[in-house]
Design a protein around this ligand. Sequence first.
Ligand code: FES
Ligand SMILES: [Fe+2]
Length: 435
Amino acid sequence: MKIIEGNDGVKRVLARLLAERKRGYSLAAPFYLDDDVFDLDMDGIFARHWFHIGSAPEVPKKGDYFTVEIGRYSIIVTRGEDMVIRAFHNVCRHRGARILTEARGSTRKFVCRYHNWTYGLSGALEYAEHMAPHADPKCLGLKPVHLRNVAGVLFACLAEEPPEDFAELERTAAPYIAPHRIEDCKVAKQIDLVEDGNWKAVMENNRECYHCTRHPELLKTFFQFFGHSESDVKPRQQEYYERYRRIQGEFEAIWGQNGLQWKAVERLEEDKPTPYRVERMALDNVGESYTMDTRIASQRLLGDLTEKRLGALSLHTQPNSWNHFLSDHAVIFSVFPISAEKTLVRTTWLVHKDAVEGVDYDLENLTHVWNKTNEQDATFVAWSNMGARSPAYEPGPYTPNESQLELFLDWYVSRMGEYVGAAAVRAPVAARRAG
Ligand code: FES
Ligand SMILES: [Fe+2]
């Protein structure tokens, strides 16, 4: 949908929209619908920041690859002869043809099917018939995309010089994830769900649990207090909240006994290029896993873990992911923007590589809760999108339970403001909170 047009430049229009944004309110409609804003989001957010792109078990062997489409970009993620995971632009260095059109596969070489230019797994151009005499094949390898592997979780950056604060995320999150030994997992199931909404609406929906009563399957285990402050607990929730506090205490003892890091680290500041949040969370009832009976879905626990009841380690990263690591499986979510009103949510369930389907785990049992939750969330995103299309839509107020959502949007607005040169949107947080 085209909304912004004019000769004063799309960036200037966006700068004005950002400056007009009222903190504590949802965004104006163009942020969710407009094609030009979408293109600027790709340039200002996805081309300049680290983003989540998947997990190491998606490429277990040399030559395994998967491709990711983000806006106009197409990226190849592959494991090299040296077992190192790398990423490249999926663009041939001859005349730019897309090299891989498959979502995933395995290969010895990347061959462009137009004129057979052939690249090794390291990206080097290894074969090109009739190479022009003025061209140097050494300079015509696939363009690299920065890639980091954080204890099996993969992040990419399209910028030539990626934000340096990624090292902090890596240093902090890796010890939390490491005991789950993601590199020793396999993909049990991966599902791509195309949602009818802007990528920011998908993220906003993920970052609040105000709607969690709409997730009956998830609420078998998930406590509804994500993003809530103690003062927001209503009298009717008091008993539930006390159970949460008691169970949280039990989990803290278990995590301590098992030598697991659990304390929340929240670095979601709006001017931080690579924001993240990591925390181990208590789960309700038996509290072992995200299943309907709340018990482990896979009998083969991850890594060397021996305790089934470990709750869920949650890793949130801006701009595009949430991840849960349990004793028996991990579930990894990446958000890939397709267009202004379409977003791909990729969900990957990982189990121990030796776990056998039908013996150690049942796929339906493993995937049921998050499948249902994803379907429900996709509906909410579609409803929001439909609403934002109406001329009657105007930004509405966030509740105190949507604080994590606000942190996401504050970051987005701040980073985009910097990109388009709208200094006004970066007023100090305290001043804006008072306002
Ligand atoms: S465009 Fe790839 S070989 Fe010609
Ligand atoms: Fe949800």
